[in-house]
Ligand binder design. Structure first.
Ligand code: MG
Length: 562
């Protein structure tokens, strides 16, 4: 693989880091995070090795759904800064070689958006057909309600309009009518605007909902996939390397369509692997690698110029909707034993370290796996230091507490008096006194150092992100071993899900005793037999990454970092 190709397809071995400006760092001391604060901490993001920042919504909003209810797609919420601050943030990121993408939330607007206010005011409004109206509510599919504890219908009566309007999410978030060409034109304008200001792409919220057929007159709807094709085509005319990162939580066979029909790969560039993520948790609970190994074997290859995005946690609840009822119950019992830790009967509102009982070995192994498995890893801010959640905060927001920078006032997030900080940090073992960036920077055994070194190795092993991969057969069900190959170079990894030692023998086809396996994460060199067999020893919850090479071209062994 030529370096120039790797640069063009930068997203295939990117490290994406999702952050919310509102909770990352407060630069003006008013208790609310802002762009100035984030600018001051961009060196932390650079040191970690992140290559792409994903910004959660920062647009003007009444903030009834954490910024996902937008009233102006062309500006910055005044609490978070100005458009000028945004441009400065982009400049500082670019200076560090870091790309930036942002949430594109165009499934719906806030009901306070001027478009909706105008639309509801009269049937003759220019904006009336920008939303979805009906004289009588269409029959609801109960599975279609996203927040079943708070909404019972997809249709809301509007007195002013004298009609029902459609809302997939909350009733204050009317869905935009994406079958209207004017709406589609406007969405393209929104993309163009932010790309002009330097964005390298967008994370597309709620993809399947964005293009669903809901109107009574669905006969005249264009193919929903044309919508994404048009978006991708527009975006790549402006910038050939820009991406769409899609939230598409569907079974693999249905999801493939969103990469583009007929395997063309001309729609969503990267889709999150929700199934692999959920199986990872099942594997962690069972101390058994097979659920994840099966998912990796079943997972179809995305079309050329498309890719999987992998993750362990994100800003939402940990959804377990693709597991069977019994499997989900197993994960609930182990990782969310109290009812208050669960959400909507399908997810968990906790972060990874608390679910794993703070067991550092297990946490480090889980992240090693995230970077080793094929796909582009996406981190949620705070994962790099093992932040916990605050269950006193309602709903999904439990995992959206402010970033913990220091052990001091407000965890270094803000200089405001603590009562001004809207979202309280966790207390106790996961409070900023115990978990923060500045202490971990000084501790070579910290999670922060571990993550930094994993990212460094991942970036040096394009085989992992780009290559062909094969889950290797091993005797021990607790161990996941896989190889990744690219241009004649091979990397092998092994992960032990059990709290005991494990030894596995792997056979590497096409390799013989002229090759050695050099551990690039911990230490040790293994010799292959004539048949390409290697015996790998793993400590409890251990993980190892090896580069396969001749002894003459082997890299230096790691110096025993843990
Ligand atoms: Mg502020």
């Amino acid at each position: 693989m030529r370096q120039s190709q790797i640069a063009d397809l930068w997203w295939k071995n990117a490290v994406v880091y999702c952050l919310d400006i509102e909770t990352y760092a407060d630069g003006n001391g008013d208790g609310i995070g802002d762009f100035r604060g984030a600018i001051q901490h961009i060196d932390h993001i650079e040191r970690l090795g992140v290559t792409c920042i994903w910004l959660m919504p920062f647009f003007p909003t009444p903030d009834r759904d954490d910024g996902y209810d937008i009233v102006d797609f062309y500006s910055v919420d005044s609490r978070l800064g100005t458009l000028g601050d945004f441009v400065e943030f982009m400049q500082v990121a670019r200076d560090r070689g870091i790309r930036v993408i942002a949430d594109l939330v165009v499934n719906h607007t806030s009901d306070q958006h001027p478009w909706f206010k105008d639309a509801r005011s009269s049937p003759d409004s220019t904006y009336r057909d920008w939303y979805i109206w009906s004289d009588k509510p269409e029959p609801d599919d109960p599975k279609g309600v996203v927040f079943p504890d708070q909404e019972h219908s997809l249709w809301q009566w509007d007195d002013e309009a004298g009609q029902y309007f459609f809302h997939r999410f909350y009733r204050f978030q009317p869905d935009l009518n994406t079958s209207n060409p004017e709406v589609r034109d406007e969405i393209v304008r929104i993309l163009g605007f932010w790309m002009q200001l330097g964005l390298s792409g967008f994370r597309v919220d709620a993809v399947p909902f964005l293009v669903e057929d809901v109107t009574p007159k669905d006969g005249d709807l264009p193919d929903p996939h044309e919508f994404f094709e048009a978006l991708r085509a527009f975006m790549n005319r402006r910038d050939g390397s820009a991406i769409l990162l899609g939230e598409v939580n569907l079974p693999y066979k249905d999801l493939l369509r969103f990469f583009g029909s007929d395997g063309l790969g001309n729609e969503i560039t990267m889709c999150f692997d929700f199934i692999g993520m959920q199986r990872s948790y099942l594997s962690l609970v069972r101390h058994d690698a097979r659920p994840l190994a099966d998912a990796l074997r079943e997972r179809p290859d995305p079309p050329k110029d498309c890719h999987w995005a992998t993750f362990l946690r994100n800003h939402d609840e940990l959804t377990l909707d693709k597991l069977t009822d019994k499997e989900r119950e197993e994960v609930f019992e182990a990782f969310a034993p109290d009812e208050g830790m669960r959400l909507y009967g399908r997810g968990i509102r906790r972060r990874l370290p608390t679910m794993l009982g703070g067991d550092t070995r297990r946490i480090k192994m889980a992240y090693s796996l995230l970077f080793a498995q094929p796909g582009t890893p996406v981190l949620f801010y705070g994962e790099e230091i093992g932040m916990g959640e605050n269950l006193d905060i309602e709903g999904r927001a439990a995992v959206r507490t402010p970033m913990q920078w220091t052990p001091n006032l407000n965890g270094g997030f803000s200089t405001a008096s603590p009562d001004k900080v809207r979202t309280p940090m966790p207390k106790g073992d996961y409070g900023p006194e115990k978990v923060n960036v500045s202490s971990q920077r000084r501790d070579p055994d910290s999670l922060l150092h571990w993550m930094t070194s994993l990212i460094e190795q991942y970036r040096e092993c394009p085989e992992l992100a780009w290559g062909d991969y094969e889950v290797l057969d091993v005797e021990d069900e607790a161990v996941l071993a896989h190889r990744a190959d690219l241009d004649g170079e091979t990397v092998v990894t092994a992960h032990n899900f059990a709290d005991r030692d494990a030894t596995v023998t792997v056979t590497l086809k096409g390799c013989d005793s002229s090759r050695v396996l050099t551990d690039i994460i911990v230490e040790g060199t293994l010799q292959l037999t004539d048949d390409g067999e290697a015996t790998i020893k793993l400590s409890p919850y251990g993980c190892r990454w090896f580069r396969v090479s001749t002894p003459e071209t082997a890299p230096a062994e790691a110096d025993g970092a843990t």
